[in-house]
Design a protein around this ligand. Sequence first.
Ligand code: NAD
Length: 485
Amino acid sequence: MDLTTYDTIQNFIGGSFHPPRSGNYIDNINPATGEIMGKIPDSNGRDIDEAVAAAKRAFPEWSVTSAEKRFYILNRIAELIEEQLEALALAETHDNGKPLWLSKRVDIPRASANFRFFATGIMHFAAESHIMEDKAVNYTLRQPIGIVGCISPWNLPLYLFTWKIAPALAAGNCVIAKPSEVTPVTAYLLSLICKEAGLPDGVLNIVHGTGTVTGEAIVKHPDIKAVSFTGSTRAGERIASLAAPKFKKLSLELGGKNPNIIFSDCDWEKMMKTTIQSSFSNQGEICLCGSRILIEESIYEKFKKEFVERTKELIVGDPLDENSKQGAIVSKVHYEKILRCIDTAKQEGGKVLCGGNAVKGKGRCANGYFIGPTIIEGLGPNCQTNQEEIFGPVVTLQSFRTEEEALQLANVTSYGLAATIWTQDISKANRVAAKVESGIIWVNCWLLRDLRTPFGGMKNSGVGREGGWEALRFFTEAKNVCVQL
Ligand code: NAD
């Protein structure tokens, strides 16, 4: 298994590697250098048809394979990911632009953890029974759905890809998966790992290509009964419009515009250190990053001064350099979008306190896509900058006087993914947590993840929850059997 060569990657269908039916490929760019690092299949509906045919052949056996055997294979995949950490982390960094230390510490270990978590989870997964006194016993079967689609974004490539695939496979489904065309490499390397781990042919099929062609072919395919999607709200809306008339099961994990609510009684040092991370980790390209920082008025100036000073210390540069805290923005298109958003913020009257510009990379990174961590103040809650997701290293500061005002500001957007609350008053924390319209709330911490907890957003941030039993329930069909006594 060679995980160091990925200049021309192929689709993984029926357990073997195939070029796209169209014969066309898309350039894959390393965002830290701006250079072409390889080619990826530009697949279409015919590739998806072949993948579905392979999945159909595999499903009868996989769906009745014992939980113990499924555990064994999925756990082996987890072990191989762990063993191949260095190669996978390097590939992720070349493809995405994130610092290598981050790929090594977070992305790849979490991809392995996802497989291990659902491998062991399926051994404990059970369904309910309901007894009607002396009349009847109901028991619920949780059967695999059949063939399911998994579509993932570019920000945490292998991490989010495996977060969907692992529960889908553990539950006994066959999967047609598509990673983002912007960061396809580790998904391709995962196909090599799955083969090595002994996953039967056709159980997992990984097809590469664009969202509008390959992705929509997955969503529209009549034999794909459920779709789990993570990505932008705009694409989620389109997918929902295609899937709803076909009554497909849908899980949508979408965008966010997350508030960070900071009260004056917080643990200052912990809050400051974590707020730097929740603002700029992974170049701000995490759906859970807090992009609207709401600060109690009495500490606003103190917060601003220290936050700006500490942000200016973050080194932006070559993701292979251990000292770089910020790597490259994932693509030229996204880099230009973020710079446009910063211009919009200025036009709206925002004052840029730090960053706000492209940063010129050094040496091999001279043509890379780098943006300095950016802090903006002076904007109202309803302007575009405070309403629309930027998904980059850009945060705004707003102040509030009362708890009610903090809640109003927090809830004013159409999104509802995550929120962070900083206070040492536990009653206040609980009160505010109950009223913030977000699916995920962190109190005095950020990104502390227990994989058993429900994960997902409210409002325009999504439909459904991933994680733990939620994911295994999503990837199974509940069938009630009522037996009269
Ligand atoms: P995107 O919506 O452009 O693409 C995501 C995936 O969907 C890609 O694989 C893409 O090819 C595919 N796709 C795009 N249009 C499609 C269509 N019409 N039909 C089928 N598939 C389609 O998102 P992105 O730019 O890759 O990722 C960034 C977005 O993802 C941000 O909005 C971010 O908030 C969101 N995100 C959400 C979560 C979460 O858990 N809620 C996690 C990470 C990222």
